[in-house]
Write a protein that binds this ligand. Structure first.
Ligand SMILES: CSC[C@H]1O[C@@H](n2cnc3c(O)ncnc32)[C@H](O)[C@@H]1O
Ligand code: ZN
Length: 419
């Protein structure tokens, strides 16, 4: 399969882009190539597909359920009792809806952590996206649950080969308040042995820090350091309560951090994400939405705006979190966090791309495309999405979208009742 995108805006110039199989093969003006499919890039801009580096895909089922609560009561009273009732079918359709929403708003890769791995994997396989999918790990400090998590992750990693290259496995210990130090250390060894990432919630709330100091005598980052868990394989979601020495620890060990501005604000977890300190220290900072009950959508263009405005507001500095830097966090940083040759438009890179419709008010006038994308637009400006060289959406239409919305709404109402 080959695709030629003709006359598209790329970095302020009009150019052609030729895709062969899953790769960007050639970029230049007036390319003379034969392609199976030609896309007219007129009045469109080309951007890398975005990388949503922290999601719980099937939580689309809980959109608008359990609003306006802080993290722990929300999890304990609303989310966990309902997650215990989830069937494989629920997770499959919830994940399909998440994929649909991500495609429609320009995400081509997401890092997910949820229950029923195979159901999400099947959904992603069918929808054509790319994912780093975590096998969930909880033990609630009970040895028998730790053993169950270990056996389950050994089974899942062995099974990941049956999926396409678009589905990569990672281990997903939920958090330090639900996973024992013993299981965390086992996970570290397991991840090193299999060279896979670890995806974990960390330093998300003040309460988590206080409990960590009370229970382990250390703040969350220092506790993980003591356990020997800091490594380039570790991806931490949130990282809101991290001091300067801890930032140095993360940088020294190559730990990656995912900022989730919508969820941090909605759960009132906090605002003071240290974006510039982390970047200056050399920490890879990616961007995520978190799940649909705390964000309440998966729109990475909206997430860029929130991250940028929030960063400026709490710092009282309009130069904090500039549009170009947050765009890099939403694309290249996420891809590089997992060693994926994506997130950039260059020859030899994966053809994970989006065409943005410029013929809308948000891009008029278009003095500065990245400024308009981050500050003026939202996910609905995405017109066409290509992942792994395959077109997933064209002219804002994704095949099967009506069925996905109908099925998911039906299952969600059955699960939690009509709001
Ligand atoms: C291991 S499955 C994922 C687990 O995480 C829960 N979750 C969703 N959002 C958050 C968050 O912001 N902090 C902590 N845990 C979260 C989700 O409901 C699943 O139970
Ligand atoms: Zn989360």
């Amino acid at each position: 399969m080959s695709i030629l995108i003709k006359g598209v805006l790329l970095n302020d110039a009009v150019t052609d882009v030729y895709i062969e199989k899953k790769e960007i093969k050639q970029i230049g003006t007036d390319l003379q190539v034969q392609a199976d499919q030609v896309i007219d890039g007129k009045r469109k801009a080309l951007i890398p597909g975005m990388v949503n580096a922290h999601t719980h895909a099937a939580m689309t089922l809980f959109r608008g359920f359990g609003d306006d609560m802080p993290l722990m009561p929300w999890l304990e009273q609303k989310i966990w009792p309902n997650e215990a009732k989830l069937t494989r079918e629920d997770v499959y359709w919830g994940a399909k809806l998440a994929c649909l929403e991500m495609i429609k708003s320009g995400t081509t890769t997401f890092f997910d952590m949820y229950h029923k791995f195979e159901a999400t994997a099947d959904a992603v396989e069918e929808m054509g996206l790319r994912t780093l999918l975590s096998g969930a790990c909880f033990d609630h400090f009970k040895p028998e649950l730790a053993e169950r998590s270990k056996r389950e992750n050994e089974r899942l990693i062995a099974e990941t080969d049956k999926y396409s290259e678009r589905i990569q496995y990672s281990v997903g210990p939920h958090a330090i308040y639900t996973v024992s130090g013993e299981l965390l250390q086992w996970i570290h060894g397991f991840a090193a042995e299999h060279s896979v990432p670890i995806h974990l919630h960390l330093a998300e709330t003040e309460g988590e820090v206080q409990d960590s100091v009370k229970q382990f005598g250390l703040t969350p980052v220092r506790y993980l350091h003591k356990l020997g868990l800091l490594s380039p394989r570790l991806i931490i979601a949130h990282g809101l309560y991290i001091d300067d020495d801890e930032i140095s620890m993360l940088a020294d060990h190559g730990v990656k951090v995912v900022h989730n501005p919508a969820s941090n604000m909605k759960l009132a977890s906090g605002i003071q994400f240290k974006f510039s300190e982390m970047r200056k220290a050399g920490v890879t900072v990616a961007l995520g939405t978190d799940g649909c009950s705390s964000s309440n959508n998966l729109d990475m263009i909206e997430a860029m705006k929130l991250a940028s405005l929030l960063g400026k507001a709490w710092r009282k500095d309009p130069e904090a979190v500039p549009a170009g830097e947050i765009f890099q966090a939403a694309t290249e940083a996420g891809a590089s966090a997992i060693g994926l040759k994506a997130g950039r438009i260059a020859e030899g890179y994966l053809a994970d791309l989006c065409l943005v419709d410029l013929h809308i008010p948000a891009f008029t006038p278009n003095h500065n495309f990245i400024s308009n994308l981050v500050y003026a637009a939202n996910g609905s400006c995405v017109d066409t999405v290509i992942c792994n060289g395959k077109i997933l959406m064209q002219d804002k239409k994704v095949p099967g979208e009506d069925e996905i919305m109908e099925q998911t709404a039906r299952l969600a109402y059955k699960l939690v009742g009509k709001a």
